[in-house]
Design a protein around this ligand. Structure first.
Ligand code: TRP
Length: 331
């Protein structure tokens, strides 16, 4: 059994890509491994959300997590900001992380580009905080996408540097959790590739999207002029629509439209209509569940409190040991 940690910043709603790319696998993983799933609300401060929005965003993400099937009985689900040991370990790790490596980090350079007026120290040490999240539970596996690989590599550097510096074999060096075959790639609707929240308003279908919104987005999906040769290979934008269908539609439906494509009689409008309805059918239960959870503040609070209690146990043990290793011994 591995110890797994994963965090999500409360900065947007979950979309179908998040569901198939991560959440669906997290749900399985939570019964096989010791899993810590948390809301990275300290991290979200690096982009200065207003205090009015912060808690609302946190609750939304928590409700969406739970609606996807994360089980507070199986996994430890908590808010990063509830664990005071995290900022303390972060402080200690900051002492062994260096300006050069932090400045070289791709995500930092990207942030400097997109928010030049807010290059705060939190952005610079974002990878240190993320490493803290992971090693505070002595995690061995982290389910991350390509965009987080470098952060994970920095985590390994900090962990091994700590071990070397204090001549201990304390922190494991965590590696990416590889879902392999189970990872379903969900393309976006605008033909630009992956589904993502930052790709433009019509690229992603969110679990909370109302049916009308879903219909509109799907009908706007990018296509081409249509097939001209029997059994021709589908261009990427069309293949993308079929990939989406693969995720949400029945196999007969997919075969039906595939056959039409192959004999050049497919009307994209019909395929989109069907796809929209199948997405709606798929996301309906999630949307309902999210609404129900959002309306039950007492339950969300209870989940967060019980999760924090479990997370704190593990974090406090690590911190106690780390303080000793660093040299804070009994007076
Ligand atoms: N940086 C991650 C992201 O943007 C979120 C995150 C914070 C995280 N701490 C983490 C992910 C620890 C995994 C483990 O997606």
């Amino acid at each position: 059994m591995e110890t797994v940690v994963s965090g999500i910043r409360p900065t947007g709603n979950l979309h179908l890509g998040n569901y198939f790319g991560a959440m669906k696998n997290f749900v399985k993983m939570q019964y096989k491994h010791k899993c810590y799933f948390f809301i990275a609300d300290f991290h979200s401060l690096t982009t200065h959300p207003t205090p009015e929005n912060l808690m609302e965003n946190i609750k939304q993400v928590l409700a969406e997590y739970l609606a996807c099937g994360l089980d507070p009985e199986a996994a430890t689900i908590y808010l990063q900001s509830d664990i005071h040991e995290i900022p303390e370990l972060y402080l200690l790790l900051n002492m062994i992380s260096y300006l050069g490596e932090l400045e070289r980090c791709t995500s930092f350079k990207e942030k400097v580009r997109v928010q030049p007026d807010n290059v705060n120290a939190g952005l610079l040490t974002y990878p240190v905080l993320m490493a803290t999240d992971i090693i505070i539970h002595k995690a061995t596996k982290v389910p991350v996408g390509k965009d987080q690989e470098q952060h994970l590599e920095m985590t390994r550097n900090f962990a091994s540097r700590f071990n070397r510096m204090y001549n201990v074999n304390y922190f494991p060096e965590p590696v990416a959790y590889n879902f392999g075959e189970e990872l379903i790639k969900i393309p976006g609707l605008d033909g630009s590739g992956k589904m993502g929240k930052s790709e433009g308003p019509n690229n992603a279908i969110f679990l909370v999207d109302e049916p009308e919104v879903i219909r509109k987005k799907v009908m706007k999906a990018v296509t081409d002029a249509g097939p001209t040769e029997i059994n021709q290979k589908k261009p990427e934008v069309i293949e993308n629509l079929f990939l989406l269908m693969n995720a949400v539609s029945a196999s007969e439906t997919i075969k039906h439209f595939d056959d039409l494509y192959n004999d050049c009689t497919l009307k994209y409008g019909n395929l989109k209509k069907q796809l929209a309805e199948d997405i709606i059918k798929f996301t309906n239960p999630f949307r309902e569940k999210i609404k129900e959870l959002k309306a039950n503040n007492a339950y969300l609070k209870k989940v967060a409190e019980e999760g924090a209690e479990k997370a704190r146990k593990s974090a406090a043990k690590t911190l106690k040991e780390v303080r000793e290793i660093v040299g804070f011994k009994e007076f």
